[in-house]
Design a protein around this ligand. Structure first.
Ligand code: MG
Length: 251
């Protein structure tokens, strides 16, 4: 399935995307739902962030190529931080460049979307708690990252978590091409096979720390090639089989 959350004529709802059509849903993919029988061309609805997480749980330094790029040791346990829910924006919405920062970076990431409440789940059971996968941009005020010894400030500005355009369960997260393009120029180009900690492991590990709720996202880390954005720029995150997440930067 490919799930979308959208706005249409003032109403917000969920749907299933098939080819270029959206089948409207009663309910949501995080609970019971049925199809209403109404459908519309994809271009006739406005895609929103495909879920409304209570938090974005993010993993740092989780690609071998990125660890090598910054000459960092391969982590022996996941580096974890959180983005607050107010960071979330959807496709085509604007990333706001904060006046406090002089360097704001993009980080293309595969996001796991939690489908049902997960607490202390085993790695063997973890996949049954995953609704699917979406594209994410872990926007980072790089110059503020070393500022206070942890990353809440650098990672936590409003609009710093673009998500979308769809959630899909039709991909194998262990082998997906992941790319970012700044104004059309490829900056990051890697594959999720380079992940150090895989998706099922991360869901299990994190669920032993905090309860993961339906719609929560886990950002699995970014590959090499990160870089800065400026107001007016367009940044795209593309993940094979998932789609393209496009946002612009404003001041
Ligand atoms: Mg990141």
């Amino acid at each position: 399935m490919r799930y979308i959350r959208f706005e249409h004529e003032g109403t917000i709802g969920y749907g299933i995307v098939e080819a270029d059509r959206v089948m409207f849903m009663d309910g949501s993919p995080f609970a019971e739902y049925s199809l209403t029988g109404t459908s519309m061309a994809f271009g006739e609805v406005t895609p929103l962030s495909p879920c409304e997480p209570t938090k974005g749980v993010c993993i740092g330094l989780n690609y071998r190529d990125h660890a090598e790029e910054v000459h960092a040791a391969i982590p022996t346990s996941p580096v974890v931080f959180i983005k607050p829910s107010g960071c979330v924006i959807g496709p085509e919405q604007q990333i706001v460049y904060p006046p406090l920062s002089k360097r704001v970076d993009f980080e293309a990431e595969l996001a796991i979307v939690i489908g049902r409440t997960a607490s202390k789940v085993s790695e063997a059971d973890a996949n049954s708690y995953i609704l699917g996968y979406t594209c994410a941009n872990d926007v980072t005020a790089r110059d503020l990252q070393p500022h206070d010894g942890q990353w809440t400030v650098a990672k936590g500005f409003d609009t710093f978590l673009p998500l979308g355009p769809v959630i899909t369960d039709e991909v194998d997260p262990t082998s997906l091409v992941i790319t970012s393009r700044l104004n059309g120029t490829v900056c990051q180009n890697s594959n999720t096979r380079n992940l150090i900690f895989g998706c099922a492991y991360l869901v299990s590990y994190l669920s032993h720390i905090m309860t993961l709720y339906p719609g929560d996202v886990i950002l699995t880390g970014t590959p090499s090639g990160i870089g800065p954005m400026q107001p007016g720029d367009t940044i795209e995150v593309e993940i094979e089989g998932v789609g393209i997440l496009r946002n612009t930067v404003t001041c």
